[in-house]
Design a protein around this ligand. Sequence first.
Ligand code: UD1
Length: 431
Amino acid sequence: MDQFEVTGGARLAGRVAAAGSKNAVLPIMAAALLTDEPLVIHNVPALRDVATLALILEQLGVTATREGSTLTLHADPTGPSRASYDLVSTMRASICVLGPLIARRGKAAVSMPGGCVFGVRPVDQHVKGLNALGAGITVDEGYLVARSGGRLHGADLYLGTHFGPSVLATGNVLMGAVLAEGTTRIENTAMEPEVTALARCLVSMGAKIEGIGSHRLIVEGVERLHGAEVTIEGDRIEAGTFLVGAAMTGGEVTVTGIDPYQLTAVAETLRLMGAQIDHGETWMTVAAADRLRATDVTTLPFPGFPTDLQAQIMAAMCVAEGISVVSERIFPDRFMHIAELLRLGARIRKEGTQAIVEGAPRLSGATVMASDLRASAALVLAGIVAEGTTTVRRVYHIDRGYERIDARMAELGARIERMEQPPLEKHRPEW
Ligand code: UD1
């Protein structure tokens, strides 16, 4: 297991190209199950989550070939339809094979993904939506088991959780509907750019979808889909992480290869904190000359402030001047990073689904533990700005979703070294 040793006090400056979007590529990879022709995907990031999903797909009879950043997936429709606990439990996004398996093969057994460190994360909307299309999903020995037997059928349905539309449930139901018989009208769909990317990929495979990018998708089912070639867009969350880093270190960073209009809520927040923002059609620059000012942030479905950048913006608030309030409206328990930020000297109080952050003039390096993907990124940012050395343990979380984050942060001026995590000291009592 690796750890990062971050020597604080660096200023991030320079240009960095965003890697392909993790959350866009995963459902698109699952879409390969919908056709028996090859799906060629360009600009695929080199991430552990991508490798895990490729393994799951291989177990489902998909041949996966990677050359550079191009991944070619070719499904055998007679392959197995069971996605096992061992792999599914390591990555919740693997639930997105459920819809395509049922739609193309009429059966599926996908392990329930289970909880994660930031909450229960139910799958009721996935089940409700696919059952409305005739999937007949039941839970059997920890697996979501579906035996539709034949072709799914179109239906009118409403998808919605207490916390707003669900991103992956929208993707799953959409992938069920594209091969269903008749018309499906899905209300309250997620509008995240990753859902739009999936819908566009499905259209290039021959699907008929109206309303892409809105809260209502109307799908005219087709009998078969064909192969396609798609390119994954730049990762808005990775880009946002670099840009928050620029702002909190008094630096200046340009991220290229992105759609800046996917980051307007983040840019607005950084502007309110005192940073200067500039952008073109495919890039964004954030610069900050002085210490940031406090502001309040509420995470919301797109185009609101993304929950996947909540931990990183909180790291920035820890060193901003004044008191900031973070309200988490998507995952109410997503606050694991607070305990670790406190170890660096941050002043944060959690009250229900809110965190009150009193900016400190300085943080000081310490050993901290990465608890989940985005929380780990926040700890790296905090380490870059802290005085002294911060050791971030369990960085395998960060490798799930950030491509070579250590090397790319280092290119921007961070002093960050990856090393093998030494075995924990055995403490011998003195008596
Ligand atoms: C996706 C993203 C994740 C991001 C999240 C919210 C991927 C691979 N992951 O996760 O990075 O943080 O969107 O933008 O794309 N819920 C239910 N029932 C369901 C499904 C969800 O109650 O059946 C709840 C969740 O617990 C959560 C909220 O709805 O409180 C939104 O979750 P959802 O949009 O489904 O997140 P994911 O799609 O799992």
